[in-house]
Design a protein. Structure first.
Length: 146
């Protein structure tokens, strides 16, 4: 704080010895030491308070920067997720719609499907359905005998 050399301190001591006197000089020196100690402690406390305030303000600034970065990151992730969901649903719709339309047009316009359905209907009308083949054999045997 104050920068005194040894010669300056010796000069102050000599003047104090002459002005104050040898009887009161030790008491004045003690009081001066106590006051200087208090001033130094007070200066150190003020310095520490200022340092804490500076650190606190830096921490608050860093905290706001981190919050802004986190909010920015969160909004970026949400927008990316939303665009991915949109792209996925569009792709899903593109894949599903043509296949459903293709299946419907295949069934409606395919000549093989219509021909196979009419063939099945005609076969069902022409051929009698026999529940058990052994009964058909016994009917043929009865016709031969009869």
């Amino acid at each position: 704080m104050f920068d005194f050399s040894f010669s300056e301190i010796a000069l102050i001591g000599a003047v104090a010895l002459v002005v104050i006197g040898p009887e009161r000089l030790p008491k004045v020196a003690r009081t001066t030491g106590v006051i200087v100690g208090r001033v130094r402690r007070y200066a150190a406390a003020v310095q520490a308070d200022i340092a804490r305030e500076v650190e606190l303000s830096e921490l608050r600034r860093v905290q706001t920067d981190l919050k802004e970065a986190a909010q920015s990151f969160q909004s970026e992730v949400q927008s990316t997720l939303a665009s991915a969901e949109t792209h996925l649903s569009e792709t899903h719709n593109q894949v599903m719609m043509p296949s459903e339309q293709h299946q419907q047009t295949e069934v409606a316009s395919s000549p093989h499907v219509a021909h196979s359905e009419s063939l099945q209907q005609s076969l069902a009308l022409e051929l009698p359905v026999e529940p058990n083949p052994s009964h058909a054999m016994s009917a043929e045997v009865a016709e031969r005998k009869g």
